[in-house]
Design a protein around this ligand. Structure first.
Ligand code: TRP
Ligand code: ZN
Length: 881
């Protein structure tokens, strides 16, 4: 296997920068094929590393895919022998410790399909600089510990009337040849990864926000004209985020203007560039007619996430990219709490935990496993992972649990105050939390350096005579690539005990009914006295730590917890455990060639949940949703795709048959004629209604399919329309399904976002998303290999969300994915490296699948020169012994 430039970077090799850049003045002359970039830097030897009488080291400037036109130092054009262009940058001989440097380069945004650096999206200029994209714009010390004050001038033809960059607009006019010229100045020193530029023919909506100290901030959201009607929800979300960050963290916004721009071509969700956030249009634009509830909620949380970065990321930034979780883990924790406050806390927690257990646990157990703070990387883009983001957020949440909310707030205040304007480390964060609270987080720090998901084995005993109850908890973390013999972690386990009649038992001297157990050793026993009868333990409430917890619950105990636990998260979790147990039994029966048996306990449990009118409908919907095939796969030692599918389908049909009348009654009860709102209460009702509809149709019942069709025809909002369409596609007769799919496309073909839903419904469907159909979708005029959203809808929809078809027996699913990854790597390495993920888990499968997946990986590695992104993932995956 060849790669363009494999090199491993280690955290232990970190060195402070040789030079600092106090000011960065940029001028862009925009042109699709030849954009001229002039950069004027005020450079100074870093006093922190300078020594008396030293010989000055050369100045290193990162640069990739740039055409260098000229370099001047203090106004003097440098001859070629003063600098050397090397792979990845420019090395410059320096003879003074302070100087002005001018560099001119030429770049071609039109040809840039990597969506990193400066590129075009539907004819609009935009940038993406995190993590290392700025080096595709100009030669620069492109590392987050170099912070500079930026001034940006943009020159463009009048057909690009909107020209934006970070900070405040300080000047505008026209050039002699009639082009537009605008200058922006950002007073806050920032690393280059937070730089942004936008140029296009855009419309905007405007609003304002008065901060807690009474300053008025202008809020603007820019999009192409056709999308201007889809901005309201993001604007509302932004104002709520601004208020929440003042109230919960005491953080006020710091500039007079905050802008958001929506672009169609984007590698991730959104980017927190200072004062000028750039969003994937799918993560910001919504209307009731075109966006689902899930999209509304995603928008609310991503708008908040990027806004919150203004403090956790921008004002206080990362020293180096190993510290990525410093900003991402903390900011995900902040946005999750925001969403929990705006909506149902329990439901938000359940959704996050499903993601963690299904995908982060799999990452932690796979070949790319890494700690929240990685020790090394080849390509940093590969480390924008569930581990850094989601597990990183869990680590912050555990600190919150250990310290309690008041001390945590003192800790965050201290962190922001102590490090404002600085580029710092995860250690600095933990230290601030310790200093403000007096807590000792020495052992807790291992969460940052140790990879892998800890396993907790819990056993209990009851001494009836003494009224004592004992919980023994053992912890161990499995080996991960490059990391053996893990040490015990400090794990907070929030728990309670329920008495025979379902009431919470007082468990400490103060009569508290809930407490946090602090596990610090490999094995520990906790004793509870004054317990009258054998209790049922409710463990790891709210998922207080990202671990796998094993306790041998009986079905009766789980049913009991489903009904009586005071923690709604654990009620759901008990229900999930019961379903998982049933599905495991069904898989065994399938493998043994036995007749599958209907699990009556689970069905009774579901019936009780459906009958309980006091439960939040959204929680009911979550409880009645079977664990996904992916989640089941994650539970297995060796994945048997056929057994998983058979068990899941059988159970779904059994539930549908047994509870049909209840589903129907509940479905009708939840039908409303109220106009759409994305409020938590309405979303909850729609989610349960559509869960009922899916079960009703699962049995193929004609009356039920008519209900789905009627809901589709009413077309009240995209949530209900998409849900009924998905149901008809999955369970309806083939020809009719084709007709509704076609009707849907005809109605919505002008709307890219709805077309993405349409793609996803097909590629992800176990019946429709066959390989042949997916290949045909790739020839559809609306498909675009250069647009990551389309690739995600069609190719990832098939490879990551269509367990049944992707794992077809002849291995063609794997081969198809390999071919697409190879093709994509030429266009967009970041997306190629993400898309290959399903092939990296070959070791988890049984022999035949394992061999097929492995040879698909080999097919990629033999295909020629790979990008550094893809090379890292493929080589690490093939390396598993
Ligand atoms: N910092 C962004 C976020 O979490 C992540 C991001 C956006 C990103 N675009 C990217 C990371 C491109 C790598 C590459 O909010
Ligand atoms: Zn982020």
């Amino acid at each position: 296997m060849k790669d363009s430039q494999a090199r491993t970077i280690y955290l232990k090799d970190y060195k402070a920068p040789d030079y600092l850049v106090d000011r960065t003045n940029l001028t862009f002359d925009l042109d699709p094929h030849a954009t001229l970039v002039r950069s004027h830097l005020k450079v100074r030897r870093n006093p922190a590393v300078a020594q008396d009488g030293e010989i000055l080291p050369p100045l290193w400037l990162d640069g990739v895919d740039l055409e260098l036109l000229s370099v001047s130092l203090d106004g003097e054009l440098l001859p070629a022998q003063r600098y050397e262009e090397k792979p990845g940058g420019l090395s410059l001989k320096v003879d003074r410790s302070e100087f002005d440097l001018e560099v001119q380069t030429r770049i071609a945004p039109e040809a840039n399909t990597s969506l990193e650096g400066l590129y075009l999206s539907n004819g609009m200029y935009c940038t993406q600089c995190e993590a290392e994209g700025f080096r595709k714009i100009t030669f620069y010390p492109d590392r987050p510990d170099v912070m500079s004050v930026f001034t940006t001038t943009i020159i463009a033809p009048p057909s690009y009337p909107v020209l934006l960059s970070n900070g405040n607009k300080v000047d505008s006019g026209t050039t002699e040849d009639g082009r537009l010229r605008v200058t922006w100045e950002d007073p806050f020193a920032k690393p280059s990864y937070l730089f942004a530029l936008v140029g296009g023919d855009l419309q905007h909506v405007e609003d304002s926000f008065i901060t807690s100290s009474g300053r008025k901030v202008k809020l603007q959201l820019f999009t192409e004209a056709r999308n201007i009607g889809k901005c309201a929800h993001a604007m509302t979300s932004l104002k709520r985020s601004m208020r929440w960050d003042e109230e919960v963290y005491g953080r006020e916004y710091d500039l007079d203007i905050f802008m958001i721009v929506a672009v169609d071509h984007f590698n991730m969700g959104a980017m927190e560039n200072k004062g000028l956030n750039i969003f994937n249009s799918a993560c910001v634009l919504a209307s009731p007619e075109t966006a689902t509830d899930a999209a509304f909620q995603r928008i609310e949380s991503i708008v908040a996430h990027e806004y919150f970065h203004n403090w956790s990321g921008n004002r206080v930034t990362c020293r180096d990219w190993f510290q990525l979780s410093l900003k991402e883990g903390f900011t995900v924790f902040r946005d999750a709490e925001f969403s929990a406050d705006m909506n149902s806390r329990a439901v938000k927690r359940i959704e996050d935990v499903i993601l963690l257990r299904t995908s982060q646990f799999a990452e932690d157990a796979g070949p790319m496993s890494h700690p929240v703070r990685p020790d090394s990387y080849m390509e940093i883009s590969n480390f924008y992972t569930l581990t850094v983001y989601e597990k990183g957020a869990e680590v912050v949440r555990m600190i919150h649990t250990i310290l309690g909310p008041e001390a945590f707030r003192r800790g965050s205040d201290l962190y922001f105050k102590r490090h404002d304007g600085c580029a710092v480390t995860c250690e600095d964060f933990v230290k601030a939390m310790e200093d403000a609270s007096g807590a000792d987080l020495t052992q807790f720090r291992r969460w940052y350096s140790q990879a892998g998901t800890p396993v907790l084995d819990v056993e209990d005993a009851f001494d009836e005579e003494k009224g004592e109850y004992f919980l023994t908890i053992r912890q161990h973390t499995p080996d991960t690539p490059g990391q053996k013999d893990k040490l015990p972690l400090h794990i907070p386990v929030t728990m309670g005990l329920l008495g025979e009649d379902g009431t919470p038992q007082p468990i400490d001297a103060n009569g508290e009914v809930e407490m946090v157990l602090h596990l610090t050793e490999a094995s520990q026993t906790f004793t509870f006295s004054g317990i009258a009868s054998r209790p049922v333990p409710s463990l790891l409430r709210g998922f207080s730590a990202p671990v796998r917890l094993h306790y041998d619950y009986s079905s009766t105990q789980l049913q009991f917890l489903m009904q009586h636990d005071t923690d709604p998260f654990n009620r759901w979790d008990a229900c999930q455990r019961l379903a998982l147990n049933s599905l495991q039994v069904l898989q065994q029966q399938y493998r043994a060639g036995e007749t599958l048996q209907v699990p009556e306990t689970l069905i009774d449990g579901y019936a009780a949940v459906l009958d309980d009118e006091t439960l939040d409908p959204a929680l009911v919907a979550k409880m009645l949703t079977l664990p996904s095939a992916q989640e089941l796969a994650e539970q297995e030692g060796k994945i048997d795709a056929a057994a998983i599918i058979a068990a899941r389908t059988f159970l779904r049909d059994a539930v549908a048959t047994a509870l049909g009348e209840r589903f129907l009654a509940r479905y009708h009860a939840l039908e409303t004629c109220r106009p759409y709102t994305p409020s938590a209460a309405d979303i909850a009702e729609r989610s349960l209604k559509n869960t009922c509809l899916a079960y009703l149709c699962a049995s193929g019942n004609e009356d039920a399919l008519m209900l789905a069709k009627a809901q589709f025809d009413r077309g009240e909002n995209m949530t209900d329309t998409a849900a009924s369409l998905a149901t008809l596609v999955e369970f309806g007769p083939r020809e009719r399904a084709e007709l509704v799919l076609e009707a849907f496309y005809q109605q919505w073909q002008q709307d890219t976002q709805v077309v993405e839903i349409w793609f996803g419904l097909q590629s992800g469907s176990p019946t429709f998303g066959t390989l042949e159909r997916v290949q045909k979708l790739m020839e559809h005029p609306a498909f675009e290999m250069k647009n990551p959203n389309k690739v995600r809808a069609v190719i990832a929809g098939f490879a990551m969300r269509n367990f049944t078809q992707f794992h077809r027996e002849d291995g063609q699913g794997y081969r198809f994915l390999a071919d697409q990854v190879i093709a994509l790597d030429k266009l967009n390495p970041q997306i190629a490296a993400r898309l290959v993920t399903p092939l990296t888990r070959w070791k988890k499968y049984r022999e035949q699948e394992s061999r097929q997946i492995h040879s698909a990986l080999l097919r990629i590695s033999d295909s020629g020169t790979l990008s550094r992104d893809l090379y890292e993932v493929v080589s690490k995956s093939l390396d598993q012994s």
